[in-house]
Design a protein around this ligand. Structure first.
Ligand SMILES: NC(=O)c1ccc[n+]([C@@H]2O[C@H](COP(=O)([O-])OP(=O)(O)OC[C@H]3O[C@@H](n4cnc5c(N)ncnc54)[C@H](O)[C@@H]3O)[C@@H](O)[C@H]2O)c1
Length: 431
């Protein structure tokens, strides 16, 4: 075969191949996929029957053959597209907004760790620090804390949440540490006494170790329980206490005492900057429903028309501070140069009987004070604090009842409970 003939036959073969591809392609394109993906007049397309489908078996084929030409698939697609568009616009509308926080420059902004920041006191402290423009990291194992308490900050550029148990070491970079992680109410700390001890001893060693590594100032949330069953009233900070080391509360009382000792040992040995707050009874919204202490017990019993349980004669006295006062006290202590332990509590003492009457009276009158103008300096008046706390517990009870009746899970954010400066704010006097 000459060279010319060879080239010619090669060209013919190529041409035949292209024609074959073209014919097969148009056949498949024109018939097999027609109606599913080719845009055009759907009525025309419906008139042309695909040769792949026998007319007699058309109905059944519609459901079984994915190449079946029909407007069924197109309708499904359109419906799905509409659903997706709707969901997208819903998500866009629900875009999270945050309370307006103060702007701090790099120089003034601190990186602050709050251990136990999802708990009752911790979450209020987090609110206050965030509002002041700091960067806040919460570390919590959610034993008694709830995401609901801090959910209104999740996603904020200054906020971070770490699910972590402080019994294990933690390696982050911070300037200040508020060390609050520990169950605080008797039913919670007695639930697992060994764990309570580990949290207050091993946990505190880990936090002080972190402070030593990054040279951070640490504020330890101690308790008036370090005085045990005190023999003097009121207790001043230089009273050493009267504690039973093997009693049912020892896991908490002794745990806190060791933690204080650890703080001052790290201070002496490693020059760690420590502050110790001995906190007295505190109350307010976000208290646990099973807190089990007198404020929550009385309020819940009253709201449910039950008799209030008073142990003993009721003539024993207690003082109760509203949570925002405690938060102010903790931040003031952190800023101060005072390194010895400080008692933080409301100096106003009430007998348990008096207290029961106050709560009965408020709930009997169903009075919810409009607090917008009540903030009066350092101490929140008891009636105001109680009104806000009662509003919170009433809401919690209704929520629990709704859940019981309808067996539905309703996500609720703490921001429903009114952040400072937002509408419907019933129970936060200030931040
Ligand atoms: N509320 C009061 O009246 C009161 C009184 C005295 C002292 N205190 C102290 O203040 C601090 C806060 O008390 P609260 O009333 O907010 O209690 P809370 O139980 O509401 O908060 C404690 C938080 O610490 C977390 N936590 C517990 N163990 C942890 C662990 N091993 N690792 C990480 N997180 C852990 C819990 O999940 C919770 O979020 C506690 O240290 C408590 O001892 C509180």
């Amino acid at each position: 075969m000459s060279r010319n003939n060879f080239v010619c036959s090669k060209k013919i073969k190529m041409l035949a191949f292209i024609v074959t591809v073209f014919v097969v392609g148009s056949y498949v394109y024109g018939h097999a996929f027609k109606g599913d993906i080719v845009p055009g007049n759907r009525a025309d397309m419906q008139q042309q029957q695909s040769p792949l489908v026998h007319p007699a078996s058309q109905e059944s084929s519609r459901t079984h053959n994915k190449f079946v030409p029909s407007d069924f698939g197109a309708q499904q697609c359109e419906k799905k597209m509409k659903d997706l568009e709707e969901r997208l616009s819903n998500i866009e509308q629900e875009r999270k907004t945050y309370p307006e926080t103060k702007y701090l420059t790099y120089k003034d902004k601190k990186r602050i760790l709050v251990t136990g920041g999802a708990g009752f006191v911790g979450s209020h402290l987090v609110d206050a620090l965030m509002m002041r423009g700091h960067e806040v990291t919460v570390v919590d194992n959610f034993f008694t804390g709830r995401k609901r308490n801090i959910v209104h900050w999740i996603g904020h550029e200054n906020f971070e949440l770490l699910h972590h148990d402080i019994v294990n070491p933690l390696y982050i970079e911070v300037d200040e540490i508020y060390h609050l992680a520990s169950p605080a109410s008797p039913p919670h700390y007695m639930f697992n006494p060994v764990k309570t001890l580990k949290t207050n001893t091993l946990g505190t060693i880990n936090i002080l170790g972190l402070a030593k590594r990054v040279r951070a100032r640490v504020l330890f949330a101690s308790t008036s329980e370090v005085y045990g069953d005190p023999e003097e009233h009121p207790q001043s900070e230089d009273y050493w206490g009267h504690v039973n080391p093997i009693g049912p509360r020892a896991c908490y009382d002794e745990g806190k005492r060791v933690a204080e000792t650890l703080c001052y040992s790290y201070m002496k040995q490693d020059n760690i900057d420590v502050r110790v707050a001995r906190i007295f009874n505190t109350y307010g919204p976000r208290m646990h429903m099973n807190d089990g202490r007198v404020v929550s017990n009385f309020i819940l019993q009253s709201l449910q028309n039950e008799a209030l349980t008073i142990y003993g004669s009721g003539e024993q006295t207690r003082s109760f501070q509203y949570v925002s006062d405690l938060v102010d006290g903790l931040m003031a202590l952190m800023r101060s140069n005072y390194t010895l332990p400080v008692n933080l509590g409301n100096p106003e003492e009430h007998t348990i009987n008096e207290f029961a009457h106050i709560i009965k009276k408020i709930i009997g009158q169903c009075s919810i004070t409009n607090h917008s103008a009540v903030w009066s300096g350092y101490v929140v008046p008891m009636l105001d604090g109680l009104n806000w706390t009662i509003a919170y517990f009433r809401d919690e009870l209704q929520h629990a009842k709704r859940k019981e009746n309808f067996h539905v899970w309703e996500p609720r954010s703490a921001s429903n409970y009114k952040m400072h400066g937002q509408q419907n704010q019933q129970w936060l006097p200030h931040l």
